[in-house]
Write a protein that binds this ligand. Structure first.
Ligand SMILES: *[C@@H]1O[C@H](CO)[C@@H](O)[C@H](O)[C@H]1NC(C)=O
Ligand SMILES: *[C@@H]1O[C@H](CO)[C@@H](O)[C@H](O)[C@H]1NC(C)=O
Ligand SMILES: *[C@@H]1O[C@H](CO)[C@@H](O)[C@H](O)[C@H]1NC(C)=O
Length: 510
């Protein structure tokens, strides 16, 4: 399966990475904002599937039965487990302090936080609120407390583990700068990927016993999903699904966006008093439904896929150059032709292709679609076909004033947090971009039995390669190929993440 991870500057290089100067100042072209004279990387991409597109725009697609598209999922026999009763209480005495330094974007850090709580539990240690590293791709310096409601976090977990916001004075020397400048006895840097509970007991507990503190970095993906005691697994569920909530201002902005999507008539008259407004609007108008489309189509991802996205020779050259700069050309996909990659479903869907997918599934031009997206490679031009198909498409910018967005502006993690929040409150979520955000939301929505459409990349790749396919064949194949990809429970298999597949570890038979 095509599985994209953003450049892992963090995960592998760990702490030391940040001592390097930020070396990417100009790699992200200011797409979508640049004037044409600055930007010459592609010729505005043209629709690549114009026959299909024409059928939709001429209304030939409207004859399809889609009555159950917006119907919520039926009860599938699973519900969230009762979590409070499942974990034995606090240890009598703490073994010391556990510190972790977390790489990656918001959702990778989220999993790291859950795992850090689990490791602290395994060791009977006190957890220091995790330190979030600045990711070289996203470059957001927001701390845990800037993103997550720390009081709620500590309170929900108060009977499970001890948590401190910062180290006591005696240990205040234990900082990331301290670990970045020399080899230190209290730094654990050899945790293997998916380490067992025993590994932590054998390797970290002695450090705690000797020094009263252990700093683990790198820590992402360093705790196994298999062979852990049930109470540790349940605790991970509790952290992810109950203890981690966003700070109040992110939730308030998210609520305002959701309200404006559900009650569009009031839209347009927003000021800074969005909290007030949310409570006023309800009641006068029936709540409308909306879908969220998560679309990650940035240059990093486009280049890494090595696929052709129709921007012509200039775009191909620009992406090849990017691959050379970032990965020294070592990109597995480069060995394949575009056609081979598409056949295997290894090319990210373009916004145009996503639009056709949605239309085939029965979404029409009255659909309220919220676009959860950061930067789209190719900017507004790349999005234009999607917008043509879904004229009521909104995003953070179109729904909230710049005053309202002031607190999250330019902060990738907070922007992603708002999108996460809106995604969790949508009737339907469609993720067109595999990765950490996709996995986190697929898991969280499974936990709450919410409809989530997972595009069948290989099928779509093959359909889009067929230049002679007509709309009705396309639509039929798409509908059939997605019948079982709408949120049906998939039980976690060995080695898989319980944050992506919360049943059966976090979910019990209803
Ligand atoms: C939506 O599509 C129908 C045809 O299916 C068309 O008549 C109508 O004008 C479209 N509405 C918008 C807002 O584009
Ligand atoms: C943690 O505490 C529990 C009892 O609360 C005990 O059974 C277990 O052995 C302790 N583990 C460690 C590593 O101290
Ligand atoms: C392309 O689609 C047409 C119409 O559905 C079908 O008859 C044909 O076999 C397809 N070609 C390939 C290569 O799959």
């Amino acid at each position: 399966m095509f599985y994209y991870q953003p450049r892992r500057g963090g995960a592998l290089a760990g702490l030391f990475f940040l001592l390097l100067p930020v070396f990417l100042p100009s790699l992200f072209s200011p797409l979508g904002h640049a004037s044409p004279s600055v930007f010459s990387e592609w010729n505005a991409p043209k629709p690549r599937h114009s026959r299909l597109l024409k059928s939709v725009l001429q209304g030939q697609s409207s004859n399809v039965e889609q009555s159950d598209l917006w119907t919520p999922l039926v009860n599938q026999g699973w519900k969230a487990c009762e979590l409070s009763a499942s974990t034995p209480g606090l240890p009598q005495e703490t073994q010391g302090y556990i510190q972790v330094f977390l790489d990656g974007g918001l959702n990778q850090q989220r999993m790291g936080i859950c795992d850090a709580v689990a490791v602290a539990k395994i060791l009977n240690a006190t957890l220091v609120i995790p330190h979030l590293e600045v990711n070289p791709v996203w470059r957001d310096s927001s701390s845990f407390m800037d993103i997550f409601d720390v009081d709620h976090f500590i309170n929900v977990l108060k009977d499970d583990i001890s948590i401190v916001r910062e180290l006591p004075y005696d240990f205040s020397w234990s900082t990331r700068e301290y670990y970045a400048t020399a080899i230190r006895a209290t730094r654990i840097k050899t945790a293997p990927v998916h380490a067992s509970a025993k590994w932590y007991l054998d390797n970290v507990l002695p450090v705690l016993e000797s020094y009263g503190i252990a700093a683990i970095a790198p820590f992402s993906h360093r705790l196994a999903f298999n062979n852990l005691p049930m109470d540790v697994q349940r605790l991970r569920c509790k952290v992810n699904f109950q203890a981690l909530v966003f700070v109040p201002h992110v939730r308030a902005l998210g609520d305002a966006l959701v309200s404006r999507l559900r009650y569009p008539k009031k839209n347009g008259a927003f000021g800074t008093e969005y909290l007030q407004e949310v409570t006023d609007v309800k009641g006068e108008q029936e709540a409308g439904k909306f879908a969220v489309l998560h679309l990650r189509f940035d240059k990093d991802m486009a280049a890494h896929s090595a696929c052709d996205f129709g921007g012509g020779k200039a775009e191909k050259l620009a992406l090849a150059k990017y691959r050379q700069t970032i990965w020294q050309g070592r990109v597995l996909n480069s060995q394949f032709t575009d056609e081979e990659l598409r056949n295997q479903g290894r090319c990210p869907l373009t916004p145009e292709e996503i639009g056709l997918l949605l239309a085939a599934l029965g979404f029409d031009n009255t659909t309220r679609l919220y676009l959860a997206s950061h930067k789209v490679y190719g900017g507004a031009a790349r999005i234009s076909t999607l917008r043509e198909l879904f004229p009521l498409m909104e995003d953070k910018k179109s729904l909230a004033s710049s005053d309202e967005r002031a607190q999250i502006k330019g902060k990738a993690s907070l922007l992603a947090a708002v999108d996460y929040y809106v995604s969790m409150h949508s009737d339907i979520f469609i993720s067109a971009s595999p990765g950490n955000m996709h996995n986190a939301l697929v898991g969280h929505r499974t936990y709450e039995n919410l409809k989530t459409i997972r595009p069948n990349m290989a099928l779509l790749g093959q359909l889009f390669l067929n230049k002679s396919i007509g709309w009705s064949e396309f639509q039929q194949a798409v509908v059939e190929g997605h019948e079982n990809r709408q949120g049906q429970i998939r039980l976690r298999k060995s080695e898989q993440s319980l944050y992506t597949y919360p049943a059966p570890d976090c979910m019990c038979n209803a």
